[in-house]
Design a protein. Structure first.
Length: 94
């Protein structure tokens, strides 16, 4: 199972197209779970902890994990173009 956590913010202009893309392809993907996290909806101390833990510098940020280990990541509008490569890496990396 590959878990993809998508970090967003309310004022993020690139988040909406990335969300639309992921919602469109989600039904076609087996063994992939998506979890959306809006940083603006978190308590400030939780948000700061998440930003530090995942070393977030921009949103949208997609973190691909397998068995609890980060396998790949991509940020910004390029997440749409990078998604397939990141997913393949997350599935096949040792």
């Amino acid at each position: 199972m590959i878990n993809v956590t998508i970090f967003t913010k309310n004022n993020c202009r690139n988040c909406a197209p990335v969300k639309l893309y992921l919602n469109d392809i989600a039904p076609t993907l087996e063994g992939v779970e998506f979890k959306y996290e809006n940083l603006d909806e978190m308590m400030p101390e939780v948000r700061e902890s998440i930003i530090a833990k995942y070393r977030l510098q921009a949103v949208p940020a997609l973190i691909f994990t397998r068995n609890g280990h980060e396998m790949a990541r991509t940020t910004g509008i390029t997440a749409i173009d990078d998604f397939a490569d990141c997913l393949e890496h997350a599935r096949n990396a040792k």
